[in-house]
Design a protein around this ligand. Structure first.
Ligand code: PAF
Length: 281
């Protein structure tokens, strides 16, 4: 596995064997099983696997979050080596956004609700860095987790609109044994908050359960999720949503598919989770 900071070194290795297929796994580091499952899948589906580790400043609307973001490069590189990565890019912020930088990618509609409403500018930063990563690695496939459902919708829209020549592959959310979705933020939970944090998954299961019993009113599904969060110690609801999985528009009635999602502060740590439901399955 080679680890480079310079873009030119990434390009040299990427194009050393022009006929090989490349899978890219973009990350912000502090890797967990969710990231590693993406690397392993990329390993199976491509000749070579590239990974980026970059805590992207332009997607943080709160400067304190950027400073507090956990980092452990040595451990990340050991995990990537074990998972079978071939090439890792670890650029500095100055390399990605040099003095005079002024170009951003802005997807217009799908970033507005949900996480976009709670974190202004977040998806402009995500779309910009992901477009840059696609240009640097020029992979055939790029891998993302369903955990960040809106990010996936935004990136798919950008790929379609800007004619990026690659396939977006989405892996299911990887969960702890009690259902908590894996996230780098989980490291910030106190033991008591960690116990309460399973409420997101429980809320999704509660809504899914009444959906499977035939409930199609989006308000009833939202109420089921809200009830679980409101009865959990240390949990404070930010939003619950029952939206169309592609447009992310809030639904009144679920025709067939819906994206159930929510954001919850658990003792000041903001967690998100989601689940797709499909009445036709
Ligand atoms: O999901 C993430 O970790 C980040 O948003 C990504 C896609 C690596 C862009 O910085």
């Amino acid at each position: 596995m080679n680890v480079f900071t310079e873009i030119s070194d990434i390009r040299i290795q990427r194009w050393a064997e022009p006929l090989t297929t490349w899978g890219l796994v973009p990350t912000m580091g502090y890797l967990h099983e969710g990231h590693l499952s993406l690397v392993r899948r990329a390993r199976q589906e491509n000749d070579r696997v590239g990974v980026s580790i970059f805590v992207n400043p332009t997607q943080f609307n709160n400067p304190n979050d950027l400073v507090a973001y956990p980092r452990d490069m040595e451990r990340d590189l050991a995990l990537l080596q074990e998972a079978g990565a071939d090439l890792v890019w670890t650029p500095t912020p100055e390399m990605v956004y040099p003095p005079g930088y002024q170009t951003y990618v802005e997807v217009e509609k799908v970033p507005r609700p949900l996480e976009g409403a709670a974190r202004p500018g977040h998806f402009r930063g995500v779309a910009t860095i992901v477009a840059k990563l696609f240009n640097v690695f020029q992979p055939q496939r790029a891998y993302f987790g369903q955990k960040d459902a809106q990010q996936v919708v935004v990136i798919k829209r950008m790929v379609e609109d800007l004619n990026f020549n690659l396939e977006i592959i989405v892996n299911p959310t990887v969960r702890e044994a009690d259902g908590l979705a894996m996230s780098s933020r989980n490291a910030r939970l106190s033991p008591a908050a960690r116990q309460s944090a399973t409420c997101l998954y429980q809320a999704l299961l509660a809504a899914k359960s009444i959906f499977e019993q035939g409930q199609r009113s989006a308000d009833s599904l939202r109420a089921a999720m809200r009830a679980v969060i409101e009865s959990t110690r240390l949990a404070r609801l930010d939003y619950v949503s029952v939206a169309h999985p592609d447009t992310l528009a809030e639904l009144d009635m679920v025709e067939d598919k819906a994206l159930l999602s929510l954001a919850v502060f658990v003792d000041e740590v903001r967690l998100i989770d989601n689940m797709l439901v499909d009445g036709k399955q």
